[in-house]
Design a binder for this molecule. Structure first.
Ligand code: PEP
Ligand code: MG
Length: 311
């Protein structure tokens, strides 16, 4: 095995023994999408649709949404793209979905929770996504942010099916969703772990607050153990389990995540090649060994050292 990121990459995510891991990109606008395609991403693992509307006072029309989504999907004709429905609230407030004043916005009505009282907003967005999918020829799935229970996941999957979209997933960002990953996976076609929020809620540490940033380190063994639960559930159910938080962009951690059973990694375009090369340099058995070593470590530093020691 070679050290993380030092080998070449042929553009198809896999370990040296051909265990497939899709290497995807996170995008928020057409410029990101072009950069991702140029970087060699195999598709998009997270399209943050709310980024298009941070300045919008009113809900964009279905036609406006359809055009905005098509512009992002176009470079990925024939390739997989996971479109996330609006993740409004907390660190990404949208004026037209502003909640009541909340004492703790990160624990409030955000992400999919907004849609429970305003189903029309979700249904109109899904209609626009279905249209943009047909326009672009991209292989589109949709997923919901901030899902806490299997019941919520099932409710979302029903809305997605009603919109005529063939594949529905949810993000695992709330510890309860990780702990019940088997039931959540029964309700949807795939999950994607958002390690930024999953860390925030696991360590009770605001992701925007520098003073607690040490807790929000994706190498924290407490976070790795939750990811392991999701990876195991995904393997048992035979359903895709991605990671689309910052953790996926770390070439060494990418090996650990692969060893934990994750099947795709989605990151900023600038990290795509380094992560692809890091995976290509090791076998699945190396990844599994690195994962077990990191899981058993007591600290962030020990987890990283243990993973490095393997490969
Ligand atoms: C996450 O929470 O890890 C994630 C990918 O979503 P966002 O950063 O947009 O909240
Ligand atoms: Mg999130």
């Amino acid at each position: 095995a070679t050290s993380a990121g030092s080998a070449e990459w042929d553009g198809k995510g896999a370990t040296s023994d051909e265990h497939r891991i899709k290497v995807l990109a996170n995008v928020g606008n057409p410029a990101d999408a072009s950069a991702a395609a140029e970087a060699g991403a195999e598709g998009v693992g997270l399209f943050r649709t709310e980024f298009s509307y941070l300045d919008a006072d009113d809900e964009p029309s279905i036609d406006q949404q359809r055009a905005a989504y098509r512009a992002v999907l176009e470079p990925f004709r024939g390739k997989p793209v996971i479109v996330r429905t609006l993740d409004a609230g907390a660190d990404k407030p949208l004026a037209f979905l502003a909640p009541e004043i909340e004492p703790n916005p990160a624990l409030g009505v955000r992400g999919l929770r907004v849609a429970f009282d305003r189903q029309g907003v979700l249904d109109r967005q899904l209609e626009a996504i279905a249209g943009a999918s047909a326009d672009s020829g991209a292989d589109v799935s949709v997923m919901a942010p901030m899902v806490a229970t299997a019941e919520e996941a099932a409710w979302f999957a029903e809305r997605v099916a009603a919109a005529g979209i063939g594949s529905a997933g949810v993000m695992i960002e709330v510890p309860a969703a990780a702990l019940t990953a088997s039931e959540v996976l029964d309700a949807v076609d795939f999950v994607s772990i958002g390690t930024n929020d999953l860390a925030q809620y696991t360590f009770a540490a605001d992701r925007q607050l520098g003073a607690v940033a040490k807790l929000n380190d994706p190498w924290q063994p407490g976070l790795l153990r939750l990811i392991a639960l999701v990876g195991e559930a995904g393997k048992a159910k035979g359903k895709p389990t991605g990671v689309c938080g910052e953790a996926a962009a770390d070439p060494l951690l990418a090996r650990v995540l692969t060893g934990l059973g994750v099947t795709s990694l989605s990151m900023n375009a600038s990290s795509v090649r380094a992560v692809g090369a890091s995976l290509a340099a090791v076998s699945l058995a190396d990844c599994e060994q690195a994962a077990q070593a990191a899981l058993g470590a007591p600290t962030v530093a020990a987890a990283r050292a243990a993973a490095k020691g393997v490969s």
